[in-house]
Design a protein around this ligand. Structure first.
Ligand code: GCU
Length: 634
């Protein structure tokens, strides 16, 4: 059936073929969407086993499965369907080595090319640069599990939908490209030789989170670490320990046990503070703790103090490194550890500096957050999806405050309850992975969503979910702003349910001239802290001209000067995160010679070149001449 279709890697990736490739990809796309919809339906078997999410996996003893995985690019999902669209029972998940019966074996992972895991496939192989669809990953590994223990296959993230089999038997499936999941494979594993097969489908879905339109590249694949996590039959899968608001020495929290009977004993220790407390698990598997810590040093940007904590129960021990601080809102001020703070920030995409592609390494995190620090910032907006856990860990160490967001981005299908369920799932996963990261200040439930009653209802529900999951942090969203002449009006009804109002505005780029910021007045309906979560303009590093010439560094610099002046006139401004630290890839930005599929609003180019505006913002941050943490501006 498929012989007439040329395999992907025969496409040379130069501009001329782009069009041809694009036309090919368009047919691909419609076929791929049709296939991936059926794919989801047919994989009901896998749906039975919902993955879980183990906290602090990066602090557990694990067996890494990172490295080279054999791959099969499967635009027609042949690995799952026969020519009449029936689910094959001899699909690629079997990783068959010889023919069964009379039918020929038409795939062979062992002879198939490899891709590196973690890593997106788009920047690893030219032929996959624009590819959206299914890729099969296969890896052999030897393992022996201790009797009675449970085993999970941990995936740091896989974009967008992934289906896991071990030794040809279904493991689990997951939807969402930026949050981790843990697939139980206790029954599938054998002591000795094993193999894992993971089908990853990056097809964008109208009922997805995010939906079809994004201003970032849809990097597909196993984009973060993959490992095996072995735990005793009774183990700690989640916990939280937080400094109680209004105190400097009261640490409250709970530990959740999997597989434990009520009454099981758990202890929480902070050795450096000589603190240790025992508690017992209740019917829901939770044990509650109240530690009095008179000698506690609070975590703050100036003093990012982290403590090793140890949680022990039976045969299981979970260690972590966390900081203790309180965050709250007082009127229109943001308070950290009981004092007002101003957030001098910048927005960042998980685009790898220099090499480009989805960021995931320690080096990526150090380079990006190193540049944030060089700017003189104390705050970073990780847009528009949860970034690699390394970013939050490093922010904990560096003392950077973080805005973390789920990709409820632009016009998702707010009317569809299934879409709400997907958004809630990603929100819970984001919070569960990072609830003990001191650096995380804000959970954001959305970015630039259209103002409809269904949307506001949808997002209000997400706000409630976030508060239930984590009552210790502030909830926000990046809202659109109404414009009337030279007036900016912030009256989005969602603002009523947020702790902190985030607004995106592009005066001087998508509307008006940079200098029009000087005469722009802001009308803000809410007496709440306001963060200008985006403003900016594109320029190609090294392109020079006059301040009125768009795309030049001078234009971007002028835009920043006028913006900073305007922002200083907004009384409730408590932070900003201009768009954006570094140029990043976007399929919406084709302008030849300037954008070339990059959004160029970075203050730094993807190759590390600082633009003029970088130094303007740096100066304002180092002199702390923008914004005020407390009370009215002079
Ligand atoms: C929007 C959006 C960003 C986008 C930016 C831009 O505000 O939130 O994701 O990249 O504008 O247009 O550059």
């Amino acid at each position: 059936m498929l012989h007439h279709f040329a395999p992907l890697n025969e496409f040379p990736l130069d501009a001329v073929n782009f069009i041809a490739m694009d036309r090919e990809l368009k047919t691909f796309r419609s076929v791929a969407i049709f296939l991936s919809l059926i794919l989801g339906a047919h994989l009901a078997a896998l749906a039975q086993t919902q993955p879980t999410l183990l906290t602090a996996v990066d602090h557990r003893k694990t067996t890494s499965l990172d490295g080279a995985w054999h791959t099969i690019v499967d635009p027609y999902a042949t690995g799952l369907y026969d020519f009449h669209q029936h689910l094959r029972d001899d699909g690629y998940f079997q990783n068959a080595k010889r023919e069964s019966g009379d039918s020929p074996l038409e795939y062979d992972f062992a002879k198939s090319p490899t891709l590196k895991v973690p890593g997106d496939w788009n920047t690893q192989r030219d032929a996959l640069f624009l590819y959206e669809g299914t890729v099969w990953y296969q890896k052999d590994f030897s393992y022996s599990k201790a009797a009675g223990n449970r085993l999970f296959l941990h995936v740091g993230a896989a974009n967008y939908r992934s289906y896991v089999w071990v030794n040809g038997r279904p493991g689990c499936q997951h939807e969402g490209g930026f949050t981790p999941f843990d697939c139980e494979i206790t029954d599938q594993i054998t002591n000795g030789a094993n193999f894992a097969v993971i089908a990853v489908d990056s097809t964008r879905l109208a009922n997805g989170i995010p939906t079809l339109q994004t201003d970032w590249w849809n990097y597909g694949g196993l984009t973060r670490d993959v490992s095996l996590v072995e735990v005793p039959a009774q183990f700690i899968d989640d916990y939280t320990l937080q400094l109680k608001r209004g105190t400097k020495d009261q640490i409250d929290g709970w530990v959740h046990m999997e597989g434990a009977t009520p009454g099981t004993s758990v202890s929480a220790e902070i050795p450096e503070l000589r603190l240790s407390e025992k508690a017992t698990v209740d019917a829901d598997g939770r044990a509650f703790f109240h530690l009095h810590a008179p000698a506690l040093q609070l975590w703050s940007p100036e003093h990012p103090k982290l403590y090793r904590v140890k949680l022990l129960s039976g045969k299981d021990t979970l260690e972590d490194e966390i900081g203790f601080r309180t965050v709250e809102v007082h009127g229109n001020e943001i308070w950290l550890n009981g004092s007002p703070i101003f957030l001098r920030g910048i927005s960042v995409h998980a685009e790898a500096p220099i090499r480009t592609g989805r960021a995931y390494t320690d080096q990526d995190a150090q380079t990006l957050l190193g540049w944030v620090r060089e700017l003189g910032a104390n705050f970073v907006r990780l847009a528009h999806y949860p970034h690699d856990e390394r970013m939050a860990r490093l922010a904990d160490k560096m003392g950077l405050l973080v805005w973390s967001e789920v990709p409820v981005y632009w016009a998702v299908q707010f009317e569809d309850p299934e879409v709400l369920a997907k958004a809630k799932q990603q929100l819970r996963e984001m919070i569960r992975r990072d609830r003990n990261k001191a650096s995380i200040l804000l959970w954001s439930v959305a970015n630039e969503t259209p103002l409809t009653p269904a949307r506001t209802q949808f997002l209000s529900t997400l706000v409630t979910t976030a508060r239930e999951e984590d009552p210790s942090r502030l909830i926000t969203a990046a809202l659109l702003v109404r414009t009337e002449g030279m007036q900016k009006i912030v009256d989005d009804p969602l603002g009523a349910s947020l702790d902190v109002i985030g607004v995106n505005e592009y005066i001087g780029w998508y509307e008006h001239k940079p200098e029009d910021a000087d005469k722009t007045e802001w009308q803000i309906k809410f007496d709440k802290p306001l963060i200008v979560s985006e403003f900016g303009g594109d320029t190609k590093a090294g392109l020079h001209g006059t301040a009125s010439q768009r795309w030049t560094e001078e234009y971007q610099a002028s835009l920043y000067r006028h913006q900073l002046g305007m922002l200083n006139r907004i009384p409730s401004l408590r932070g900003l995160s201009p768009w954006i630290l570094m140029d990043f890839r976007s399929p919406r930005r084709p302008l030849p010679g300037i954008q070339d599929f990059f959004n160029r609003k970075g203050l730094i180019s993807e190759s590390g070149k600082r633009k003029q505006a970088f130094y303007i913002l740096q100066k304002a941050y180092q002199q702390q001449s923008v914004g005020k943490a407390h009370g009215e501006h002079p």
